[in-house]
Design a protein around this ligand. Sequence first.
Ligand SMILES: Nc1nc2c(c(=O)[nH]1)N[C@H]1C(S)=C(S)[C@@H](COP(=O)(O)O)O[C@H]1N2
Ligand SMILES: [Mo]
Length: 364
Amino acid sequence: MTTSNPFRSAERRPHTDGLFHANEVGLANRNSGILLETLRHDVTPAGLHYLLNHFDVPFAPAGSWQVEIGGRVRAPLSLSLDEIKRLPARTLPVTLECAGNGRATMTPRYQSMPWAHEAVGNAEWTGTPLRHVLDRAGLLDDVVEVSFIGADRGFDRGHEHAFGRSLRRDAALSDDVLLVWAMNGQPLLPQHGFPLRLIVPGWYGMASVKWLNRIEALDQPYDGFQQVNTYNYRAVPDGPTTPVTHIRVKSLLVPPGLPDFYSRQRMVEAGRTPIFGRAWSGAGAPITRVEFGVDGTWQDAQLGPEQGEFAWRGWSCTWNAEPGEHTLSCRATDANGETQPLEQRWDVGGFGNNAVQRVPVTVR
Ligand SMILES: Nc1nc2c(c(=O)[nH]1)N[C@H]1C(S)=C(S)[C@@H](COP(=O)(O)O)O[C@H]1N2
Ligand SMILES: [Mo]
């Protein structure tokens, strides 16, 4: 049990093994994951998309939202949602994944949102390239980063703050970074950032700030809590940091057969069994290969059609299931030659996990 005052203590939470703390269960109840069987949908329906909210979902009455653009700009401005929607629009299919996905499989694990595999989804996001808004405000020559602040606010490790993140100037000006008002052709749901959010394709989810209400151009790196104190790879608690940025190559399979209600263990009939899954990689590197593994023996799977530079790709194969206990896996490789490790080399916070998934099944 944590006895320290959460509003004062700057201590990192302890790593633990075994049973989940009531606080981890509480976070899991608030933040839903994709149901692995729904990986079959090319586009994840909004209600099946994973969710990660650090604080409370802000109540945002429609019609009164304004975004302030300020800091090191020639002409600070405030734009309404309608004004933003009149700018040139793009729709991009983007696979989002939480940087903490897989943390629950870490031993000992960092106490935070205990994702197993399900913090991923692929939606069609509609918005205007951020650069249109930045061009209107006019970035001054000394701008090195642009920060994005959400309307949600809370405490973490004794630090009160609004959720905020930044991008380097060149990244912020990319045509792919969008100010988004629609998900799968519908207005954003409250929990996904209504009425306006950022989407940073190829990056882990934390970069895609929801309930966006302030954009600030900076002449020095942004030092907000979510930029500096978390979302950094650290081999040891107070050691050197490497920022968490792009999504590492990864794949998942839809567990075949029938589930047991409580344990989610799988029962499969012997014989030819179709296997389906998804593979993705950030930084726009296409998936070039997916292997399907049974008890450590690998075969190549067939890749489905490409769905966009930042979207996952389907893959499939047939498994000749023989009676007994088996462990199924999949392993993706991208055009950069990156491939998934069999065992994760964990950092302190449990970020960037892309170790191969293991699905135990019983074949009868
Ligand atoms: N304002 C705000 N934006 C946020 C967050 C948040 O808590 N507050 N969570 C981030 C994280 S960690 C992730 S993984 C994604 C999740 O987006 P989704 O809930 O729409 O799937 O939103 C990001 N944007
Ligand atoms: Mo996340």
